[in-house]
Design a binder for this molecule. Structure first.
Ligand code: ARG
Length: 460
């Protein structure tokens, strides 16, 4: 690359080398190159369309930009610190390729509206990719749920056994969270998909540009109505980081459950060799590194959200160099969310095996059917609160005798309350306990089957 000073002749000397390194963003904004080229192609076409440059000049610029794209894809375009950022790097190379006409590209544009355009184009793509990864993850959840409608799993509140559940119902709860994530990203996409190109440095431009033309070229659905807002708005990035943080919350909660389930204490799942790791010293160990890493990486994404909020809160209008700091936060969040979605999809798809026998034992070995005894009496006319108190007593005496509710004899039941009949045993069997919760949105098998069907429709 030719030695060339970036700035106008207002500057007499070049930057101190350490300051040049400090100032440069090329080390990370190279990630935007494809989007920067797209934006510049659209801008050049607009300049030609409006007669600001000639059609031939427009074509030469576009051809030069396409050559740079090819060079980049072939690994031939590797700008260094001296280029400062991706925008200068491209413009310089263009001028090397196309000559003086390359210097016309920046007419009616600033790096401020340019970088805003690039970031939005980048995020638009990434949101689509993340949404399809969310869909893939949801599809795996659905498949496992469909195979496990009648598999029971203890349900907890306060991490204390509460009421048994259909495993499918448990997994569908995550499906719903991810559904909201998918929808939320779709809504954010609408606000990302607005063009700041043509806002100039802050005030618009003296050239007769056509912002709508360039926006259409880039398939933006609209343009920023205020040039100051257009160059300094990063709300869309913050919204994206919020949505990413929520995805991470959901993945992290599931991760936490899987880690618990894989412990010897729970033993609800086995981790397959392809998705677990060993210990360097304890040969018996099989560790849930994947969900642990997902849980751990959640903090990074929250951190980026926080950083971005703090970055914005004190910025006077319009562009400030602080905004250069948005990129690493965004890139790392995008990469982290994608990697976590992919890893969790694989983990669920092939790394996790539910231990059906153990789950069946687990739901039969506790007092999580106690509510059902109270409901049984309430259905026979005993006021619920009285029934609740009576069952509390039953649980206490059973615990003292080392018995479960199912082990009480009919005489024992009837001594507690004359309303108990033989059908109490049926009423407190785990499958019945689950099946009976047939209220809308509940864990009853019929409800779960309907929810599965609805989820299939809602996935389309
Ligand atoms: N590298 C800069 C950024 O990422 C590009 C915009 C620079 N604009 C400026 N006026 N210095 O924000």
């Amino acid at each position: 690359m030719t030695e060339q000073k970036t700035w106008s002749q207002r500057f007499e000397s070049t930057l101190h080398p350490a300051i040049a390194r400090f100032n440069a963003s090329i080390g990370f904004d190279i990630e935007l190159i494809e989007y920067d080229l797209m934006g510049s192609v659209a801008h050049a076409k607009m300049l030609a369309h409006t007669g600001i440059i000639s059609p031939e000049e427009g074509e030469q610029i576009v051809a030069g930009l396409e050559q740079i794209r090819q060079e980049y894809r072939d690994g031939q375009f590797n700008p260094g610190i001296d280029a400062e950022d991706i925008h200068f790097a491209v413009e310089r190379r263009l001028t090397e390729i196309a000559g003086d006409v390359g210097k016309k590209l920046h007419t009616g544009r600033s790096r401020n509206d340019q970088v805003g355009t690039d970031t939005r184009l980048y995020l638009r793509d990434k949101i689509e990719q993340i949404r399809s990864r969310v869909r893939e993850f949801q599809a795996v959840l659905l498949t496992i749920a469909e195979a496990n409608v009648e598999t029971l799993i203890p349900g907890y509140t306060h991490l204390q056994r509460a009421q048994p559940l259909s495993l499918a119902h448990h997994l569908l709860a995550y499906w719903e969270m991810l559904q909201r994530d998918w929808e939320r990203l779709g809504e954010i996409y609408q606000r990302v998909n607005v063009s700041p190109l043509g806002c100039g440095a802050l005030a618009g431009t003296t050239f007769p540009i056509d912002r709508h033309y360039a926006a259409q070229e880039l398939k933006f659905t609209g343009v920023y109505a205020n040039s100051l807002d257009g160059v300094s708005d990063r709300d869309f990035a913050i919204e994206f980081l919020c949505a990413s943080s929520l995805i991470m919350v959901h993945l992290s909660r599931l991760s936490e459950e899987i880690i618990l389930w894989a412990s010897q204490e729970f033993s609800f799942v086995t981790l397959k060799d392809s998705c677990s790791t060993g210990s360097s010293i304890m040969p018996q160990k099989k560790n849930p590194d994947i969900p642990e890493l997902v849980r751990g990486k959640t903090g990074r994404v929250f951190g980026h959200l926080q950083a971005m909020l703090v970055l914005m809160k004190g910025l006077p209008l319009a562009y400030n160099k602080d905004l250069q700091e948005d990129k690493e936060a965004l890139f790392d969040s995008v990469n982290t969310v994608q990697a976590c979605l992919e890893a969790m999809t694989i983990l669920l798809q092939e790394g996790l095996e539910f231990k059906h026998e153990r789950l069946a034992e687990a739901v039969a070995e506790d007092f999580s059917n106690a509510t059902d005894v109270a409901d049984y009496l309430a259905a026979k006319g005993v006021p619920f609160r009285d029934a609740y108190n009576l069952v509390g007593k039953v649980v206490r005496t059973s615990l003292a005798k080392g018995k479960l509710l199912k082990d009480l004899s009919l005489e024992e039941w009837q001594a507690l309350h004359p309303a108990f009949e033989k059908d109490i045993y049926q009423a407190i069997a785990p499958a019945q306990v689950v099946s009976a919760r047939n209220s809308y949105g509940g864990t009853g098998f019929n409800q779960v089957r309907q929810a599965l069907e609805a989820a299939r429709d809602r996935s389309l």
